[in-house]
Design a protein around this ligand. Structure first.
Ligand code: HPA
Length: 251
């Protein structure tokens, strides 16, 4: 049996309804999760191993604080050179597993003044700026795919850019002007795909830095990973709250 077959068998037995996807440096927030079966991205048909530091590239099925769940340690990004159907393959996979609630987490730069490194933000909407069309259609944002918000968190709008470079200060001023509160390079397409498949979707950004031009110094992936570590204990609590709240558990 391949690792993927084992994962599928375990999924059939466990029947997870929740999935969590961990972004850069955030996988340590999975402390409430115990894995039963785990498969590297490389062994999942349609997925590829990640190339980004801080992304392990494994999908596991098991229990989150006792609740059946799928957890993805890492994701696939457009800036790694992948087509969108590969970026969203993970979402297809969790939907195939029978998951009905997907929680997407990411590392993001804070644009709104009150969003500081180490803070968490519940995504209530996004600006999808992944091609020229995104900038043209700003005024006609569709219904946001995020139907589940962590009640304890401030909410905000996430600007999704393709990367791979961090933004310039001028780009951040433009993003602020169109109502973005935080900026990153993932999540939007995954959230839309999941909502289109009928999943309930939550998005949580971990603010790892002030966006370009708003803080001191130059941005680096190392800083993003180091600051993400400061937020993992809190993120674990928020995720457990969401999962228990949705599963009707009272423990
Ligand atoms: N910009 C884009 N992506 C990010 C950032 C940022 O400032 N921080 C973490 N991911």
């Amino acid at each position: 049996m391949t690792p993927f077959d084992q994962f599928r068998d375990a999924t059939a037995a466990i029947q997870p309804r929740f999935a969590v996807v961990f972004g850069s440096g955030l996988a340590d927030a999975a402390s409430p999760f115990t894995s039963v079966a785990s498969v590297p991205f490389a062994d999942v048909p349609g997925l590829v191993p990640p190339t980004v530091a801080g992304h392990k590239g494994r999908v596991s099925v098991g229990h989150w604080a006792g609740v059946p769940a799928v957890v993805s340690f890492g994701r696939v990004h457009f800036y790694e050179g992948h087509p969108w159907d590969r970026v969203t393959r993970l979402v297809q996979l969790v939907a195939e597993c029978g998951v009905t609630t997907l929680i997407l987490t990411n590392a993001a730069g804070g644009i709104r003044d009150d969003l500081n490194p180490g803070d968490l933000m519940a995504i209530r909407g996004h600006r999808k700026l992944l091609d020229a069309e995104g900038w043209k259609t700003l005024a006609t944002e569709n219904r946001p795919p995020y139907s589940l918000l962590a009640p304890s968190l401030p909410t905000g709008v996430y600007a999704a850019l393709t990367g791979p470079c961090y933004e310039t200060p001028a780009e951040i001023r433009a993003l602020r002007a169109i109502g973005a509160d935080a900026v990153g390079m993932s999540t939007a397409m995954e959230a839309e795909t999941a909502a289109a498949l009928g999943l309930r979707v939550a998005g949580i950004s971990c603010i790892t830095n002030k966006a370009a031009g708003l803080g001191s110094g130059t941005l680096s992936h190392h800083e993003v990973e180091a600051t993400a570590k400061l937020a993992v204990a809190r993120l674990a609590e928020v995720l457990t709250g969401l999962i228990r709240g949705q599963s009707g558990e009272t423990r």
